[in-house]
Design a protein around this ligand. Structure first.
Ligand SMILES: Nc1ncnc2c1ncn2[C@@H]1O[C@H](COP(=O)(O)OP(=O)(O)OP(=O)(O)O)[C@@H](O)[C@H]1O
Length: 296
């Protein structure tokens, strides 16, 4: 059964010095995807294209089985988006802004809004333009979730948040996902959020999807091993990512497929005297580095 709630095929956008795509991407119901990538890799551009704030040059965006461009207003009512939407409304107080935003959504939940405004200590009498960077992020998040959307598109929602608010946001997103009906795409540089909220990781680099994988699966596959020797024929093993000779009796090997490498080591009668799992941060760094080597 097809449970995708958002599908992207052949999406392209060109700026003078940057090209995004062609991108293919699927978001499944009940899952959260982390969108990772360096500064300028195209994450915000991807979100703006999904929201049709930017015009795409090619490709299709399908949400709940319907083309975004054919039913934009209805489909957007089922999406919550954070990403500098309110900058044109700088002179509005928060309480004025919420009147504009809530009118748009038949499902707007005023009790939920009051709860979040208190929870994140937002002063409704403050003008949006005068709010701190972190407070703007909190307002964006609150405005994105109070109409009970089926999909959240979150562009670095925890950037500039104090540590207490970061923890609250993480808890709120975990709670949001609990009924198994909702889905998130989360662009972030915060790996704690990825670890605790996301099921899948997509890495964007220079406008292209470099890698998409299931978080737990990749965590199980990657490992750091210490062996006493590594014969030449294994040095170019397709699943060895790096080799570091520590001393005459210890070689550190990083693999992206532990079971495959382990069986080849056993066949060569080489024993592994220690093994460690890599952190998600390390895995993502290796994937990005590998891409750079392959271009050199
Ligand atoms: N309106 C625009 N006109 C021209 N170039 C643009 C425009 N918007 C974005 N870009 C360029 O597109 C590239 C990707 O930018 P984008 O904001 O999508 O990156 P990002 O991955 O979100 O970065 P960060 O992590 O720093 O937020 C950058 O090189 C940026 O300069």
């Amino acid at each position: 059964m097809n449970t995708s709630v958002l599908e992207v095929e052949g999406l392209e956008k060109k700026f003078k010095h940057f090209k995004l795509g062609p991108l293919n991407f699927t978001l499944e119901k009940g899952t959260a995807v982390a969108l990772l990538g360096g500064n300028g890799s195209g994450k915000s551009t991807f979100f703006r294209l999904l929201m049709n704030i930017l015009q795409k040059e090619a490709g299709t965006i399908t949400v709940f089985g319907e083309k975004m461009i054919e039913n934009e207003a209805e489909l957007k009512r089922r999406i919550g988006y954070t990403g500098d939407l309110f900058d044109p409304f700088s002179s509005h107080k928060v309480k004025e802004l919420v009147k504009l935003v809530s009118r748009w959504y038949p499902n707007w939940d005023h009790d939920r809004y009051s709860h979040f405004i208190n929870r994140y200590n937002i002063n409704e009498n403050e003008k949006y333009g005068k709010c701190s960077k972190g407070t703007k992020k909190k307002i964006e998040f609150v405005f994105s979730i109070c109409h009970n959307p089926d999909i959240l598109l979150l562009d670095e929602p925890s950037a500039n948040l104090d540590i207490v608010s970061q923890r609250k946001l993480k808890d709120d997103l975990i709670h949001y996902m609990e009924d198994g009906e909702k889905s998130i795409i989360l662009a972030t540089h915060n790996m704690d959020d990825v670890r605790q909220i996301c099921d899948y990781i997509t890495i964007l680099e220079k406008g292209k999807i470099l890698h998409s994988f299931e978080k737990d699966e990749i965590h199980d596959k990657w490992a750091r091993l210490w062996v006493t020797e590594l014969p030449n024929e294994l040095k170019n093993h397709p699943h060895i990512v790096s080799v570091n000779t520590i001393n005459s009796t210890s070689i550190e090997v990083v693999t992206n497929h532990f079971l495959s490498l382990e069986s080849d080591l056993t066949r060569n009668e080489i024993s592994v005297h220690h093994m460690d799992r890599l952190t998600l941060e390390e895995i993502v760094e290796y994937i990005l580095e590998k891409e750079q080597w392959s271009k050199e």
